[in-house]
Design a protein around this ligand. Structure first.
Ligand code: ZN
Length: 314
């Protein structure tokens, strides 16, 4: 009788074990956490804000590397095997254009959430679609307008959607939907975390709007055009030095120096991922300075405050 009972118990055991955690299918969870892969650090920050202790985040393009050129390491591809969700930027950033299809093949059960869903994409590199007719008008009436039109046309859309806090709100909503899909048990926790973080992003938006309220039309000369969504949102105008990821021609450097002098611009911004050389040449010519910013900082809110403060001093 006792033996028979034990036998029954053993039969039941695997069933009750697999039944105790709905989301733990195979390698789905690492240390009991939902493994979420992302391309870039700011998206990792958003996933952590919504997922908190329920998630573990794997970043494919480490901070300091460029998502326009980075190739993942074999160890990163292996860690993708345990991911349940991939929160892609979705705005056409090169890393995802080159790698998403291959990553999906490596892990066919990967659920992909597109963070750019609902985000209005702006043309690159001068974000004039939403910068308003005002900024677009300024571009057209200023010198070198044809060159800018042409750049926007050939380069397509600006992929750096996350640098606008309003876009970040939409990205967080998309991440929330993705997390609920792969881990429905966490829905309530995710919703509370998401609401809390969106409040912070809304406060950030208010703060930046106040900081930059007197800066309408200000020129942001930046080596790498990463700030188009931020400048468009708050009425500034981004003037990139780099062109389609390549160093600028000497002709366009001369053009930028001329514009900067005409408009009394004295700061040239660089990103840590790119060379400072061209920026330094321009800064020297206009008697200005180079300020380094990082569009890929993990600490999103503090970083965006730092960037807006730098722009407020223009
Ligand atoms: Zn970039």
């Amino acid at each position: 009788m006792a033996v028979r009972y034990l036998f029954l118990l053993l039969l039941l055991l695997p069933v009750s074990l697999s039944g105790c955690s709905g989301r733990d299918n195979g390698q789905a969870a690492v240390n009991g956490k939902v493994n979420v892969a992302v391309s870039i650090e700011p998206v990792a920050a958003f996933v952590e804000a919504v997922g908190k202790e329920r998630v573990q985040v794997t970043v494919m393009v480490p901070g300091g590397a460029s998502p326009h050129t980075y190739e993942p390491k074999p160890s990163q591809l292996r860690s993708l095997g345990s991911a349940l969700l991939y929160a892609k930027v979705g705005s056409g950033i090169e890393f995802e254009r080159r790698w998403m299809a291959r990553l999906e093949k490596l892990n066919p059960r990967l659920v992909i959430t597109d963070c750019s869903k609902g985000v209005e994409l702006l043309s690159a590199p001068t974000a004039k679609v939403k910068a308003g007719k005002e900024a677009a008008h300024q571009e057209r009436s200023g010198d070198g307008s044809d060159a800018y039109e042409e750049r926007a046309h050939t380069y397509g859309f600006d992929p750096h959607i996350w640098v606008s806090p309003r876009n970040a709100v939409k990205m967080v909503e998309n991440i929330y939907a993705g997390l609920v899909e792969v881990d429905p048990e966490g829905r309530e926790a995710y919703r509370a975390n998401k609401d809390e973080y969106i409040k912070k992003l809304q406060a950030l938006d208010k703060k930046i709007r106040a900081l930059l309220s007197g800066k309408r039309g200000a020129r942001v000369i930046t080596y790498h055009p990463a700030w188009g969504y931020l400048t468009a949102e708050y009425g500034l105008v981004e003037v990139p030095v780099e062109f389609e990821g390549k160093p600028p021609s000497s002709r366009s450097v001369v053009e930028i120096i001329k514009r900067a002098r005409n408009e009394h611009v004295t700061t040239v911004f660089t990103s840590v991922q790119f060379s400072r050389r061209a920026a330094e040449v321009i800064a020297k010519e206009i008697g200005g300075k180079v300020v380094s910013l990082n569009p890929l900082e993990r600490n999103y809110i503090e970083n965006m405050e730092r960037v807006a403060t730098a722009f407020s001093k223009l």
